[in-house]
Write a protein that binds this ligand. Structure first.
Ligand code: MN
Length: 499
C-alpha cells in the first residue's frame, strides 16, 4: 500500500496587514505551534506543513495555486486566528482544486479571566474571524469540512485525521487507471455507468483490455515463479491436503498461482490501481481468478466482479483511506438473509472474491466446483470475517449524477458453523434494523455489490463524497424511511438544478 507520510496537508492561516508586525509575528508563532502539534500526533496519517500567514488577495491566490500544482499536497487546512476580510479569499478559493478543511479553533483553550485585555482580544479573533471566512465559502457554494474545538482536543484531531484519510483516497483517484478484463455481466444494470462522467467527476479512467493479452502474460509465467507463490500459500494459509505437493489436485493450485502472477504482472505493467473481471469472458483462462483476486485485493488493488468498475474504484479508495488502520476492506455482496425474527442477519459473500484483509482466522486454501463460468474448479481462500462495527458503501449512477450510499452495520460472529459453504463470508446486522436498513438501501438504489469496511466510518465516506461533489446518502442508527424518502426526493430536485 502507499506510504501516506509522503503526502502533505498545508496549514494556512489567514490574517491581514491591519494589526502590525508584532501581532502578525504572534499569529505566525501560534499557527506554527498548532501545525506542529497536529503533525506530531501519532494518529495523523500524513504530514502537516505550516505555510506563512496569508495577509492579501495575492498571497492567498498564490498559496491556492501552489497547492493545486504540488502533487504531494492533498488538501488545505484553513484557520483565521485574526480577522481576514473574506473578499480577499475569492480569487484563491475560485481556483482551489484541493480539498478544504476549515479548522474553527482558537489558540487559547480557556478565556484568561483575570488577564484578558484588548491586546488579547485583538489577537484572538477566530470566533468571529472564522465566521467571515465561513460566509465566503458558503457564498461560493464550496464543499468543505468544518471542524470545531480546541486544537489539542483528541476529538478535533480525530475529525481532522478522518478528513485527511478521505483526502488521501481522493488524491489516489486522480489520474488513477482501472482495468477491465471483459465487459459487464450481460444485462446487469447497476454495475453499468457513465465512464466518461466518472473520469470528469472522479479523476480516474476505466478502460477495457483483451482477455487474450492477459492470458498471454499468464502463460508466460515461469515455473520457478509459480513454485515460489505456491510455497507462499503453504506458509501463510492452511492449504487443503489434495492441493498440497503430491496431492491429486496440486496442479490446480499451480494453475491458480500462475493466474495470480500473470494478473499481477499485467496490472503492474499498466500501472493499474484496480480491475474488474467477468465470468462470462475468460476465454483461454483455466480457472476463474479466485485466490488471485483475493490476494491482489489484499495488496491494495481495487476489485469488482462482473465488470463492476465503480465498486473496484471504491474498494481501492477505501483501502487507501484505511492505510495503517487495524482491520480491512473488501469487495462484498449481500448474498442471502437470515429472517429469524429474533436475530435477523445478512450473509455477505461472493462466489469467490472476498479480501483476506477482513479475515478473522487463518484463511484456508480450498478447491470446490463452481456452477457458473464453465471452467475448471477454482482455488479460493475460505475464512470468516471478524465481528464489530462495519459499513457497506456503494456508488450508483443515477443518470444525471453519482450517488454514494453508506449503510452502517454491525458484524457478528457466525451463530453456527458453515461446513459446506466453500467461500469467505461475513454476517452482519444493518442499522437501524434489518427491515428499515434493507428497505432504505433498496429505495436509495444501492447496488448488490459494495465496498465493505471494518475500519472506516460514515464520517470518512461523507468527507470523501464532499470532496468528490457527489450525493451522499447515509443509512445509520437514526435513519427512518419517512425522512429518507423525502431526502431522496429533495436531492433529486437539488441535483436537477445544480448541474
Ligand atoms: Mn457479484
Amino acid at each position: 500500500m502507499e506510504d501516506l507520510k509522503k503526502l502533505e496537508v498545508w496549514f494556512v492561516t489567514g490574517s491581514q496587514h491591519l494589526y502590525g508586525e508584532e501581532t502578525l509575528k504572534q499569529v505566525a508563532e501560534h499557527s506554527t505551534q498548532i501545525a506542529k502539534f497536529i503533525d506530531k500526533d501519532p494518529v495523523i496519517p500524513v504530514r502537516v506543513v505550516f505555510k506563512p500567514v496569508v495577509k492579501s488577495p495575492e498571497e492567498i491566490y498564490q498559496v491556492c495555486v501552489e497547492a493545486n500544482t504540488t502533487p504531494t499536497c492533498i488538501g488545505i487546512i484553513a484557520w483565521m486566528h485574526t480577522f481576514s476580510p473574506a473578499k480577499m479569499w475569492i480569487g484563491g478559493l475560485k481556483v482551489l482544486q484541493k480539498p478544504l478543511l476549515h479548522l474553527h479553533t482558537q489558540f487559547n483553550r480557556d478565556i484568561p479571566w483575570s488577564s484578558i485585555d484588548m491586546d488579547f482580544m485583538n489577537l484572538n479573533q477566530s470566533a468571529h474571524g472564522d465566521r467571515e471566512f465561513g460566509f465566503m465559502v458558503s457564498r461560493m457554494r464550496l464543499n468543505r469540512k468544518v471542524v470545531v474545538g480546541h486544537w489539542q482536543e483528541s476529538q478535533v484531531i480525530k475529525s481532522v485525521e478522518v478528513w485527511m484519510r478521505a483526502a488521501a483516497g481522493w488524491n489516489d483517484w486522480q489520474n488513477a487507471r482501472f482495468c477491465r478484463f471483459g465487459d459487464n455481466m450481460r444485462q446487469v444494470a447497476v454495475t453499468e455507468g457513465d465512464k466518461v462522467e466518472a473520469e470528469l467527476k472522479f479523476g480516474y479512467s476505466v478502460n477495457g483490455y483483451g482477455i487474450g493479452d492477459l492470458v498471454k502474460m499468464i502463460n508466460d509465467v515461469s515455473d520457478s515463479a509459480v513454485a515460489q507463490t505456491v510455497a507462499e500459500y503453504e506458509e501463510i494459509y492452511t492449504v487443503q491436503a489434495p492441493l498440497r505437493k503430491g496431492g491429486d489436485r496440486h496442479s490446480a493450485l499451480r494453475d491458480a498461482a500462475k493466474i495470480e502472477i500473470g494478473m499481477r504482472n499485467f496490472l503492474k505493467a499498466g500501472n493499474f490501481k484496480g480491475f474488474t473481471d467477468t465470468f462470462e469472458d475468460l476465454h483461454g483462462m483455466v480457472q476463474l481468478p479466485g485466490i488471485a483476486s483475493q490476494r491482489l485485493m489484499a495488496e491494495g488493488y481495487g476489485f469488482g466482479g462482473e465488470g463492476d468498475w465503480k465498486t473496484s474504484a471504491l474498494v481501492r479508495a477505501m483501502k487507501v483511506m484505511a492505510t495503517g488502520l487495524k482491520g480491512g476492506n473488501s469487495f462484498m455482496e449481500d448474498y442471502t438473509y437470515h429472517f429469524d425474527p429474533n436475530n435477523q442477519l445478512v450473509l455477505g459473500s461472493h462466489m469467490l472474491e472476498i479480501c483476506p484483509s477482513i479475515a478473522n482466522d487463518k484463511p484456508a486454501v480450498e478447491i470446490h466446483p463452481l456452477g457458473i463460468g464453465g471452467k475448471a474448479d477454482p482455488v479460493r481462500l475460505v475464512f470468516n470475517a471478524g465481528s464489530g462495527p462495519a459499513l457497506n458503501a456503494s456508488i450508483v449512477d443515477m443518470g444525471n449524477r453519482f450517488r454514494l450510499i453508506v449503510n452502517e452495520v454491525v458484524a457478528v460472529d457466525p451463530i453456527e458453523s458453515l461446513p459446506k459453504l466453500p467461500v469467505a463470508r461475513v454476517l452482519w446486522k444493518p442499522y437501524p434494523d434489518m427491515k428499515t436498513g434493507c428497505a432504505a438501501w433498496i429505495l436509495a438504489g444501492g447496488a448488490h455489490h459494495t465496498g465493505y469496511s471494518q475500519n472506516l466510518t460514515a464520517e470518512h465516506m461523507e468527507d470523501f463524497a464532499e470532496m468528490a461533489g457527489v450525493e451522499f446518502v447515509l443509512i445509520g442508527k437514526n435513519s427512518n424511511l419517512y425522512d429518507l424518502k423525502n431526502q431522496l426526493r429533495w436531492n433529486d430536485m437539488y441535483y436537477r438544478h445544480s448541474i
